[in-house]
Design a protein around this ligand. Structure first.
Ligand SMILES: Nc1ncnc2c1ncn2[C@@H]1O[C@H](COP(=O)(O)OP(=O)(O)O)[C@@H](O)[C@H]1O
Ligand SMILES: [Mg+2]
Length: 286
C-alpha cells in the first residue's frame, strides 16, 4: 500500500488539487483509494463532494477512539467516484488536537485500511506543525507541489530542511512543479530546482501546467478525467504523473490513457441514459 502526503507549508500551490486528481485517477484505474483530509478548511472533502462527518479525523487525533474499525465505519464516506473514499476533517481541527505524532500511522497500520486500500492520500493544510508531522509520520512517500516562483522556492528550502530534521529519506520525496504557466520563461527556476534537489525532481516533461479547466471542473464539481479528458492539458499531466510516480502499476501512459478513455465513454453513456430516463419521466407526467 502507498501512503502519500501532499504537503507544502505554503497555501495556494495546488496541494488539494493534486491530491484529489491523483486519487481520482487511481480510483478510475480500479485501485481502492482512501483520502484523508488533514486540513481544517476541508477543501479536499468539499472537492470530493463529501460533507464534513460528525465523526472525523479530529476524533482520532484527540484520542477519543477505542476501536479503529468501528471508528472507520462512521468516519469513512464514499465519494462520487467508485473506489474512492474519504475521511473528512472539520473546521475545529487544530494543532493542539494531536495526542501523539504516530496517531495516524497507528490507525492506518492497525485497522482494515492497510488490508483494504491500495493507496491512501493525505491532504495537508499549509503550515509546519504537528498536523503535518502526523501526516509525514504516517506516509511512505511525500509529494511536494511547488510553483516556479521565487517566493515558492524560498518556502521549499524551509520545507526540505524540516523534512531533513525529521529524518525523512530523500528518496521518499517527489517535488512537483505545479501550475506552470510557461516552462520557457520559468526555465531558470526549473534548472535551479534540479541543481538543488536532483534526486527529487521528475523529468522536465512531468510538470502540471496551468490549465483553466482545472478550476472549471472544480466549480462544477466534476471529474476532469471523465468530463474534460481530451481538452485538459492538466488531465494528461496527472496521468503521466501516475505512471511515473507509481511504477508498481506496471502501466504505460498509452495504456493508462486508453483506460481513461473507456471510463469517460462509460460515464458519457451513463449520463445519456439518465437524461433519457429523465426526459421520458417528464413526457409521461405531461
Ligand atoms: N494546474 C492548475 N491549473 C490551473 N489552476 C490550478 C491548477 N492547480 C490548482 N489550480 C487552482 O489553484 C487554486 C489553489 O489550488 P489548491 O489546490 O486549493 O491549493 P492548496 O491546496 O495548495 O492551497 C485553486 O483555485 C485551483 O483550482
Ligand atoms: Mg488545500
Amino acid at each position: 500500500m502507498g501512503i502519500l502526503s501532499v504537503i507544502n507549508h505554503k497555501g495556494g500551490v495546488g496541494k488539494t488539487t493534486l491530491c484529489v486528481n491523483l486519487a481520482q485517477a487511481l480510483a478510475i484505474l480500479g485501485k481502492k483509494v482512501l483520502c484523508i483530509d488533514n486540513d481544517s478548511q476541508h477543501s479536499m472533502s468539499n472537492r470530493l463532494g463529501v460533507k464534513v462527518g460528525a465523526v472525523n479525523i479530529r476524533n482520532l487525533y484527540r484520542g477519543e477512539i477505542s476501536d479503529y474499525n468501528s471508528f472507520l465505519q462512521s468516519a469513512v464516506f464514499e465519494s462520487a467516484v467508485p473506489n474512492l473514499h474519504c475521511i473528512t476533517s472539520t473546521m475545529a481541527l487544530c494543532n493542539g488536537d494531536i495526542s501523539s505524532v504516530s496517531v495516524l500511522a497507528d490507525l492506518i497500520n492497525n485497522s482494515f485500511i492497510s488490508q483494504y486500500y491500495d493507496f491512501v492520500f493525505i491532504d495537508n493544510h499549509p503550515g509546519l506543525d504537528n498536523l503535518q508531522r502526523v501526516s509525514i509520520a504516517a506516509s511512505t512517500r511525500l509529494i511536494v507541489p511547488v510553483l516556479l516562483k521565487q517566493q515558492s522556492m524560498e518556502g521549499l528550502s524551509e520545507m526540505m530542511e524540516l523534512l531533513t530534521s525529521l529524518s525523512v529519506p530523500t528518496e521518499k520525496i517527489a517535488i512537483i512543479p505545479n501550475v506552470v504557466e510557461n516552462l520557457k520563461d520559468q526555465k531558470l527556476m526549473f534548472q535551479a530546482l534540479h541543481r538543488l534537489y536532483p534526486a527529487n525532481i521528475p523529468p522536465a516533461t512531468l510538470i502540471v501546467p496551468l490549465d483553466r479547466i482545472v478550476e472549471t471542473v472544480e466549480r462544477e464539481q466534476k471529474v476532469i478525467f471523465l468530463d474534460r479528458l481530451q481538452s485538459s492539458t492538466a488531465a494528461v499531466a496527472f496521468i503521466k504523473m501516475i505512471v511515473y510516480l507509481f511504477p508498481e502499476l506496471n502501466i504505460t501512459f498509452d495504456e493508462a490513457y486508453n483506460l481513461f478513455k473507456k471510463a469517460r465513454d462509460t460515464h458519457r453513456s451513463e449520463i445519456s441514459r439518465q437524461n433519457l430516463q429523465r426526459q421520458r419521466g417528464t413526457n409521461e407526467s405531461k
